[in-house]
Design a protein around this ligand. Structure first.
Ligand SMILES: [Zn+2]
Ligand SMILES: [Zn+2]
Length: 191
C-alpha cells in the first residue's frame, strides 16, 4: 500500500485553457457545447482540494488534491458522468493507533439533470456542471472506517500497551497461550 505518486492535472489540454490549478472552482465544467448534441462525449480530468472530507476513522489530508477523471455524455434530459475519483487518505491505525495512509479510488456513474431531486441525481445548473458534489460523495463513501497501518500490523500489547510493531515488550507471552495458563494453574495448586 504505497502512496501513489503525486498526480498533477494535465495543463496541456486544449479544451481547458484555464488550467485546473488556476481556477477557483476546478470542478466546474462548461457543458454548453456538449449538450447541443445528444450522444456526444467530453473527457475531463480535474483536480483540487475539497474541504471537510472526513469520516470517523480517516480523512483526506487538508489541502490534498482530489482527482476526478471522467467522461461526460450528453443524454436525453441531462449529462451522464462516469469514471473515477481518486484521493489520498490518512488515518489512525485501528490496532496500533499509529499513522496509517493510503489512496482510494471510487468508480462513479451519475446522472446530472436540470431538475434534479438531489437524492438520486445531481443538479445541472444551465451550462455549468459542478463535479465537486459528486467527488465529495464518492470520497466519503470510500474512506476507510477502520484503517490499518499495514495488513500485518501487530497492534498494542494488551498488558502494557507497548506498540508491538516496534519490537515487542517485556511482558510474558504466557497469558496469551491457554496451554501455559493451564500449567500456571497446576503450579499454583502444587504450592
Ligand atoms: Zn498499526
Ligand atoms: Zn507488554
Amino acid at each position: 500500500m504505497t502512496p501513489s505518486s503525486t498526480r498533477t492535472a494535465p495543463d496541456d489540454e486544449d479544451d481547458d485553457a484555464r488550467g485546473p490549478r488556476l481556477s477557483p472552482r476546478p470542478f466546474l465544467v462548461n457543458v454548453a457545447v456538449l449538450r447541443r448534441h445528444a450522444g456526444s462525449r467530453q473527457h475531463e480530468e480535474r483536480a483540487g482540494p475539497i474541504e471537510g472530507l472526513a469520516v470517523s476513522g480517516s480523512r483526506v489530508p487538508p489541502g490534498a488534491e482530489v482527482v476526478v477523471d471522467v467522461v461526460l455524455e450528453a443524454v436525453h434530459g441531462g449529462v451522464m458522468v462516469s469514471g473515477a475519483v481518486t484521493a489520498p487518505w490518512e488515518a489512525e491505525c485501528r490496532r496500533c493507533l499509529g499513522p496509517a495512509q493510503g489512496g482510494l479510488e471510487a468508480r462513479v456513474r451519475e446522472l446530472f439533470e436540470p431538475d434534479a431531486d438531489l437524492e438520486e441525481t445531481y443538479r445541472l445548473g444551465g451550462e455549468q456542471l459542478d463535479l465537486e458534489p459528486l467527488a465529495r460523495d464518492a470520497v466519503l463513501l470510500e474512506l476507510p472506517l477502520a484503517a490499518l497501518c499495514s495488513e500485518g500490523c501487530l497492534g498494542l500489547c494488551p498488558t502494557c500497551g507497548a506498540n508491538l510493531n516496534g519490537g515487542g515488550c517485556a511482558c510474558p507471552p504466557a497469558s496469551a497461550d491457554p496451554r501455559w495458563a493451564a500449567l500456571d494453574l497446576l503450579r499454583g495448586q502444587g504450592e
